[in-house]
Write a protein that binds this ligand. Structure first.
Ligand code: ATP
Length: 314
């Protein structure tokens, strides 16, 4: 039974162990390990070229790894007799046959997977493509409509696990909000979701757990709360120069955020005392939260992908 059937199962784990992929001398993915549990949404975050798609393609048996293993629902993807009934995959929304209508694409998938034809109309309605949209050729769809169709295609087999590569690409803000709701609901009914994005804001509202990849390597992995607890304290003062001096004198390391606040390693009381001692007037003193996550991603994904890393937090 799957989330779509209303019952909760606990065996929909995605397990990735030491996956690596080399293209010639180029290491696209290096020693990547993580685990996704039923009932959770895992956001797989990283700038363009970080290795997200390659990792997901390896999990789905489309790219052979140079080393390492991955299993979904306990077995390698390629060993599943009818994978679409266990795992819904959306890796490339443009991969659907451009000459077929949305309804035909789903009709064919229903036949291949052996699910009742009634699922086609259900899925079209679920993703907002019923009516005239279902009769249009996929070649005439916008990218957002293709993503919706791709999600319907991933869901039609009533799977326990969803693996989605950049599913929000091409969706408008309302579409992104809608997709979050679909994924949250899927996970809340016991499903496992792994979705990638290069934009923190796209996934942070829906993900329970974040796995951050940069330059082919995992640079952070934890729940949002775990990652936030390392995110520091955000501080502003009327006199920034005096604040910097006070922090330095108190031995509290800090960095300047993109909007001019100081992100400080230390607790709020220590920082408040340092400011009081130096006679600095604070205008803000709070856990960094989202701002801290953004700064953390920027610093974690900087370096060889520095230019692209800016996009992660955009
Ligand atoms: N078939 C291939 N042959 C050679 N290099 C490849 C191949 N596929 C991917 N790469 C390289 O591997 C690295 C990781 O690419 P990948 O597509 O996995 O990144 P990504 O995080 O999904 O980024 P994007 O969001 O831009 O797709 C990149 O440097 C890319 O150029």
């Amino acid at each position: 039974m799957s989330p779509g059937s209303g019952a909760v199962t606990l065996d929909g784990v995605i397990n990735v162990e030491n996956l690596s992929k080399r293209y010639g001398v180029h290491a696209a993915v290096s020693d990547v390990s993580f685990r996704c549990e039923p009932g959770t949404v895992t956001g797989f975050l990283g700038p363009n070229g970080a290795g997200k798609s390659t990792t997901m393609r390896m999990i789905c048996g489309l790219t052979p790894p140079s080393s390492g293993t991955s299993t979904v629902v306990g077995v390698p993807y390629r060993d599943l007799p009818n994978p679409g009934r266990e795992i819904g995959v959306l890796l490339d929304a443009s991969a659907q046959h451009a000459g077929r209508t949305g309804r035909e694409v789903l009709g064919l998938a229903a036949q291949v997977l052996g699910v009742p034809p009634v699922r086609v109309q259900e899925m079209l309605e679920h993703v907002g493509l019923s009516g005239a949209a279902a009769r249009r050729r996929v070649g005439d769809y916008s990218l957002g409509m293709r993503q919706r169709l791709g999600l319907a295609h991933a869901l039609i087999g009533d799977p326990r696990v969803l693996i989605l590569d950049e599913p929000a690409n091409g969706l408008d803000p309302e579409g992104i909000f809608w997709m979050r709701g679909v994924l949250r609901d899927f996970a809340d009914r016991g499903g496992t979701v792994l979705l990638s994005s290069h934009l923190l804001r796209e996934v942070e509202a829906v993900a329970d757990r974040l796995v951050v990849i940069s330059g082919g390597k995992i640079v952070a992995d934890g729940t949002k709360d775990e990652l936030l607890s390392n995110a520091g304290i955000l501080v502003r003062a009327t006199d920034r120069t005096a604040l910097l001096r006070a922090l330095a004198e108190a031995g509290l390391p800090s960095t300047t955020t993109t909007d001019g606040a100081q992100l400080v390693e230390g607790d709020a009381e220590e920082i408040g005392r340092a400011a009081l001692t130096a006679g600095v007037v604070l205008t803000e003193l709070r856990p960094a939260e989202t701002a801290g996550l953004e700064e953390m991603f920027l610093s974690l994904t900087a370096g060889e992908h520095g230019a692209n890393a800016q996009e992660v937090a955009a």
